[in-house]
Design a protein. Structure first.
Length: 309
């Protein structure tokens, strides 16, 4: 990916979100989506604006050498999101719409002004984990995919999904690569009883889960026919943990990387119906892309702190 590709992907992902926002009345912006805990659509829009500005500031800092958030605690994203939500609660719908549009324009301008070194090289500044292009994708394509439904937008662009997967995984891959084999055998911060190796194997398993679900949506064969209403994710993850305990660090690294490539290939071969429609099979009640989202960019956000040094 070069700068032209990055900008094209970001603009393409932004277009359906901007169209959805333009269609929402001020009254509609005050609706609370069913799966958000007290957040209105206006809160979601201000949230997207906040992370546009974060990404823009990070891109600029790659060239300026000035940390834009020296006191930030990047490991606690929930606290940061709650703080940003509270700061934006008094704003009008029009102000948030304008801020969303302006923040996207600022981010595009920052990317356009940045050098390839500032965008695509890792370690450009000590406070930037991975490459700034990864953050740009994470705060646009991947973020839009997560919140499109909350704003009434239907994400039906396979290219945007693949961009979101690749962009968000780049940061996870960098975090894994930064760990030596010895590091992978040490305790994962915030994961009692888990090593960093266990976290990587866990991510691998959920990659394969998404690939199996998409394959099942095509074939009609439920990949997990024994999972009933009493299925418990904590019990399941404990079983995955036990099954992978004896694998070497090298095997787990290779497995995570190959599982991601297999999932990419599965998404690339999937039809729009398999990715974006509900009710494709009677045993599956959501869209295929929602499963991919939960097993990739949402999952990476949850677990990157557990690989931190």
């Amino acid at each position: 990916m070069d700068k032209t590709d990055l900008l094209a992907a970001v603009r393409a992902a932004h277009a359906p979100i901007a169209a959805a926002v333009a269609s929402l009345s001020d009254e509609a912006l005050l609706v609370v989506p069913a799966d958000l805990d007290g957040w209105t659509r206006k809160d979601v829009l201000a949230h997207l604006e906040h992370w546009h500005r974060y990404a823009a500031d990070l891109v600029v800092s790659a060239g300026s050498g000035v940390n834009p958030s020296p006191d930030a605690d990047d490991s606690d994203i929930d606290t940061e999101n709650a703080r940003a939500k509270a700061a934006n609660e008094g704003r009008s719908g029009d102000d948030v719409r304008q801020g969303f549009a302006a923040s996207f324009a600022e981010l595009v301008a920052a990317v356009e002004a940045a050098s390839d070194h500032e965008l695509f090289d890792e370690g450009v500044q000590p406070w930037i984990e991975g490459a700034t292009a990864d953050e740009v994708v994470g705060d646009t394509s991947a973020h839009y995919a997560k919140h499109a439904a909350h704003l009434g937008a239907r994400l039906r662009d396979k290219g945007a999904v693949l961009d979101a997967m690749r962009g968000s995984h780049a940061g996870m891959a960098a975090a894994i690569a930064s760990c030596s084999d010895a590091d992978l055998l040490t305790d994962a911060p915030g994961m009692q009883g888990w090593t960093r190796k266990d976290v990587v194997a866990h991510i691998e398993w959920w990659h394969r889960h998404s690939a199996a679900v998409l394959a099942g949506l095509r074939s009609g064969v439920d990949p997990s026919p024994d999972e009933g209403d009493d299925w418990n994710i904590d019990v399941h993850n404990a079983r995955v943990l036990a099954d992978n305990l004896d694998r070497s660090a090298a095997d787990v690294r290779a497995g995570e990387a190959s599982s991601f490539e297999e999932l990419l290939a599965t998404v690339e071969s999937a039809t729009d119906r398999e990715l974006f429609d509900e009710g494709v099979q009677p045993w599956f009640g959501q869209t295929g892309v929602r499963t991919v989202e939960g097993d990739t960019w949402d999952h990476y956000t949850e677990h990157r702190p557990h690989l931190a040094g």
